[in-house]
Write a protein that binds this ligand. Structure first.
Ligand code: GLA
Length: 396
């Protein structure tokens, strides 16, 4: 928070009026299930995008980010892509979506500072989208409804009332629409929902068909270790959209709206109707949905070993069926599995790079992190610094 305040001050020469923060997320279990109307478990983690802002009265928006050299300045009635500042597209996409739903805003300055590593699959983009939506709400208060906008919320002192769940879902959808319509990645709702619905110490469970969110406590004594493979992934790269089309094509062939409707027996019975690739993708998604259901049971029973097994199974399914893993991620999971303190490990997020999530016996964490870094260097020649994260509250 203090970093973004002083960054804003340096950039604009004044103190910001508002500061918001939106956390990154870790996908715990349920890979590529979200856009298949499936089930997913995630965690909001203590890495954030912060946005400091103040209104201005010349109808311009000026954005600056501590991660990029170039600023972007544009008029509110001319929100367009600038090839020199692709990072600003996440902000602009959200502004356009808000406007389409009847939210009115005028000019402002905003400074962005983040601690979420970029390209690590921890959803810095969704956090930026949600920080943008909250910034607009702070500067130009609005209430979103299914049908547009309603009377804006009133401040008590300096504080707006917290967002209700239904409005959070609408904001998440705005982020998703910004990403698919403006940025070009046809993503699901996992990242935005996780950033908004985070709860300290709790696992977020999302049912993407019914768009409902519940929470369960994380089992005590388990550390969540993140390990960045160092291979950057970019969702606007074609692979993500391609995987999504295979899933949708499989659902069409099977005569259902989304793969959520299919169980493993039905999939096997119809295997011959599907192309090899559609089948492999469907196999992964159907299996992931099952693992989330069983995973929830295991977590509620406090059976971390069983839960960890589901993580390993999920990774194997990514590697062998969905094919969204890469050798570096496979190496990380393989090394993790050989450490006695590790319950489970898998790639997290879109795949093709980014990070792994590891559940580790709390007292063995330090040793586990050293082991992972050392062995990864030996196997791949790449350096990595695994870290333990905390599970935090959502954006505010
Ligand atoms: C990315 C997308 C999400 C989700 C995951 C895979 O993070 O943004 O919507 O599809 O990949 O589960």
């Amino acid at each position: 928070m203090n970093d973004v305040r002083s960054f804003f001050q340096k950039q604009f020469g004044t103190i910001p009026l508002r500061i918001v923060q939106a956390p990154g997320r870790l996908e715990l279990l349920g890979n590529h299930t979200d856009y298949n109307e499936g089930l997913v478990m995630s965690l909001a983690i203590d890495k954030y995008i912060y946005m400091a802002s103040s209104p201005r009265n010349d109808g311009q928006i000026e954005l600056t980010s501590s991660a990029f050299a170039e600023r972007d300045t544009f008029y509110i009635d001319k929100i367009e892509k600038n090839p020199r500042t692709p990072w600003a597209n996440y902000v602009k996409g959200v502004l356009l979506q808000l406007r389409q739903r009847g939210v009115r805003f005028s000019g402002f300055n905003a400074a962005i500072h983040g601690t979420i590593p970029l390209g690590a699959g921890l959803s810095s983009s969704a956090a930026l989208e949600m920080a943008t939506a909250l910034t607009i709400r702070e500067l130009f208060p609005f209430t979103l409804t299914e049908f547009g906008t309603a009377l804006p919320p009133a401040r008590t002192g300096n504080e707006l009332p917290p967002l209700k769940s239904a409005e959070k879902i609408l904001l998440a959808k705005i982020g998703q629409a910004a990403e698919s319509q403006f940025v070009g990645a046809n993503v699901g709702l996992l990242d935005q929902i996780s950033s908004l619905f985070g709860k300290a110490g709790q696992v977020i469970q999302i049912d993407c068909r019914h768009q409902t969110v519940t929470h369960n406590p994380m089992v005590p004594g388990v550390a969540v270790v993140v390990c960045n493979s160092g291979v950057k992934h970019d969702l606007s790269a074609g692979e993500y959209n391609e995987l999504r089309s295979h899933c949708e094509s499989a659902a069409r062939t099977l005569g259902v709206k989304a793969l959520r409707s299919i169980n493993p027996q039905q999939l096997e019975a119809s295997k011959a109707k599907l192309s090899q690739r559609d089948y492999e993708c469907a196999y992964h998604v159907v299996g992931e949905n099952q693992r989330v259901v069983f995973g929830e049971r295991a977590l509620l029973d406090g059976d971390v070993s069983q839960f960890g097994e589901y993580l390993f199974q999920s990774h194997a399914s990514s590697r062998d069926y969905f094919k969204n893993s890469i050798p570096e991620l496979d190496a990380l999971v393989d090394i993790a599995r050989r450490h006695p303190a590790c319950y489970g490990a898998r790639l997290t997020g879109g795949g093709f790079g980014g990070a792994t999530i590891n559940l580790v016996k709390a007292e063995g964490t330090w040793d586990f992190q050293q082991f992972l870094a050392k062995e990864y260097q030996v196997r791949t020649g790449l350096a990595t610094e695994p870290w333990t994260c905390s599970i935090v509250d959502g954006a505010r």
